[in-house]
Design a protein around this ligand. Structure first.
Ligand SMILES: Cc1ncc(COP(=O)(O)O)c(C=O)c1O
Ligand SMILES: N[C@@H](CCCC[NH3+])C(=O)O
Length: 427
């Protein structure tokens, strides 16, 4: 059990969260190595060991640190990066470059050069212009770039519009218009500097239904068939992205990876087997589902303001600077007063941050026991897209991150200092 209560204190992965808050300060991200490794096991059981020639490329945008790179390397996973910064982090951590896959709708020339120089395993080409630059830089360097084309599968999903990517009107992916798509494929097949391996799609994030994956796979297999007919060329790899939903609140009912991937793999194998073709490699890119439930955030409660007959605002020492998701997507989180776990919860309050924004609300309605200044609030399941999207707004310092493992904790990211905040500034 990753969450337990002892003497009214919340324990996370065997560590007393109140002690963690004292030792490392707040706001504090606490990530459980135990939970991360369990997730690796789950992916191995449900996917990697079920099917040959499969890979998991963890979507680094959800959360990335050097320490995580080390865990992923040890577990044999790949990493999907989307920027020079993510790429640099992985390379600096000694992560094998051939296990890195580079996504992104507007990779800069510098980033593409880095990717080609480091010889990353895959570059996912996002659009025709991206292709032109990648092939030109590969030619200039006299190297061959191993690519997949990210397609826009034209599939709508049931999630927040801001995190939906597979619909036709999307900034991501190659449009499937014949006049755009096929010339691109032909160019890639013919280019000396490109090894065209296959297709990629990513539908969006926090998805609970497998039907969009099934529909997108069918659509991609149709394209594969058409490419075979037109160019006598069979792709070797298919990347079906990430997007698998997690549990933030009672209302979310996440499904196992197998629920999404079994029907997808069945379709792919049927297609290739029935044509007597070599089965392709299949890659997935989970971000949120890999890391989201492995992290919590700890805050110290400060001012409490009651507005009679309206609401009670309970302020914490962080906010939208360490979790922008409620403000950006109306994301809902659960939380608890970590030093009062045994007390009866009887009052609904609004948890707000310390930033100068009315939208800086972390939890709109949290039922708490008698809450006081100095109490420690924990917000659950903040492992994904909180630390990675954190900001210095109002010149707040970025929080520290600790990694726990069965009762032991170590600092993996230092809290920013005030000096850090002005380090890059010139007079
Ligand atoms: C290309 C790509 N792959 C993977 C992911 C990871 O998605 P998620 O964190 O929902 O699994 C994203 C983000 O949505 C993405 O854009
Ligand atoms: N940042 C988003 C997900 C975007 C996924 C990347 N395409 C979130 O917090 O839910």
């Amino acid at each position: 059990m990753i969450l337990e209560t002892h003497n009214s204190n919340l324990y996370f992965d065997g560590c007393d969260t109140i002690e963690l808050a004292k030792e490392y300060g707040t706001p504090l991200f606490v990530m459980s190595e135990t939970a991360i490794v369990d997730k690796c096991q789950e992916l191995k059981k449900d996917f990697l060991s079920q099917y040959e020639n499969t890979r998991v490329a963890y979507a680094a945008k959800a959360f990335l640190t050097t320490a995580l790179c080390k865990i992923l390397e040890r577990e044999g996973f790949c990493i999907d990066v989307v920027s020079g910064g993510e790429l640099y982090t992985c390379i600096s951590a000694g992560f094998p470059s051939e296990k890195i896959e580079f996504n992104g709708n507007n990779k800069s020339e510098e980033e593409i050069s880095m990717a080609i120089d480091y010889q990353v395993g895959r570059i996912i080409v996002d659009n025709p212009a991206d292709y032109q630059v990648i092939q030109r830089i590969a030619r200039e360097k006299q190297k061959k770039a191993r690519i997949l084309f990210r397609i826009t599968p034209e599939i709508k999903i049931d999630t927040h519009a801001h995190i939906s990517t597979g619909q036709k009107d999307s900034k991501f992916g190659v449009p499937l218009n014949d006049s755009i798509f096929y010339p691109l494929i032909q160019a890639a097949i013919e280019s000396e500097y490109i090894e065209f391996l296959g297709f990629h799609f990513h539908l969006g994030s926090q998805i609970f239904d497998n039907q969009p994956y099934i529909n997108a796979t069918i659509k991609t297999l149709d394209l594969i068939e058409e490419v075979r007919k037109r160019y006598n060329y069979t792709i070797q790899e298919l990347n079906v992205g990430g997007g698998f939903g997690i549990r933030y609140t009672e209302g979310d009912s996440p499904k196992p990876y197998s629920y999404f991937l079994e029907p997808v793999m069945k379709l792919i194998y049927e297609f290739f087997d029935s044509r007597d073709l070599k089965r392709p490699s299949v890659v997935i890119e989970p971000g949120r589902s890999f890391i989201g439930e492995s992290g919590i955030t700890l805050y110290t409660i400060g001012n409490i303001k009651e507005i009679p007959d309206v609401r009670t605002y309970v302020s914490v020492d962080g906010g939208m600077t360490d979790n922008i998701r409620p403000a950006l997507y109306d994301a809902v989180y659960e939380g608890a007063i970590a030093n009062k776990m045994n007390l009866e919860r009887h009052k609904n309050v609004t948890i707000c941050g310390k930033c100068c924004e009315s939208g800086d609300i972390l939890i709109k309605n949290l039922c708490v026991p008698n809450v006081e200044r100095g109490d420690i609030l924990t917000v659950f399941n903040t492992g994904a897209y909180c630390f990675s999207m954190s900001s210095n707004y109002n010149k707040n310092r970025l929080p520290a991150v600790v990694l726990t493992k069965e009762g032991k904790a170590r600092l993996i990211v230092k809290r920013q200092s005030y000096q850090d905040l002005i380090e890059r500034e010139l007079v």
